[in-house]
Ligand binder design. Sequence first.
Ligand code: PEP
Length: 265
Amino acid sequence: MRKPILIANWKMNGSLHSNQALLVRILAKLRPLRKTIDMAICPPFPYLFQVRDLLGYTGLSLGAQNASVAASGAHTGEVSATMLREMGCRYVLVGHSERRALYHESDRDVAARFRQVLSAGMTPVLCVGETLGEREQGQTMATIERQLQAVIDETGMADLAASVIAYEPVWAIGTGRTATPEQVSETHRTIRQFLDGCQAGAGEALRIVYGGSVKASNAAALFQSPEVDGGLIGGASLQADEFSDIGAALASTLAEADCECDTLD
Ligand code: PEP
């Protein structure tokens, strides 16, 4: 059984004061769910230390929003995967559409970052997804397969299988426009089929989460499909009640409150 996972992407938001207030409220509500679902918080780099301390032994994990293509050296402004590991990160987002679009990260760059994250002993959360134009032209899977293939070419299927995939249609991120549960379920299923075609059983084993304007009001419908193993949450992760309600909606999709999946503790 694939254990669901809920990941907060704080993007470039927060302050020492607001982070503390947000996390205290989130932890009070979500900590009891830690055996049912995996949870991770990805703050901006400067707050990793603060968030690591606040998460402590709560069972929620620390994550980062990106990692350098390089292991170390003359890369001013970059942060290496080993540094993130040292800070206690367990997950690292790679290939977020804002990185691909605003900072021109190519499929090859994303694959190199993916490799760095894995080599440092963390789990990459590989973000893939199509633009609105690509969807309208029937290119959704061609785009996603190209993004996945770049990583497979760099690391091989075995390493991809060690990751989490986040399906994030670009047109749904931060726009308030959400993919329908049917669109999400179908795309996840097709991603699994593609991966199974690369290596038997790979697609079935991998966790695929959905991201794109998930809110408390639409979470239950989006998480209902057995194809959907959780969510990558941007804007709503900055509001304690919204994020906690999304977590509760994800946990309630499981028949057993205490599932027999591999846990954090
Ligand atoms: C994201 O940043 O990955 C994301 C899904 O953002 P939002 O939930 O705000 O659409």
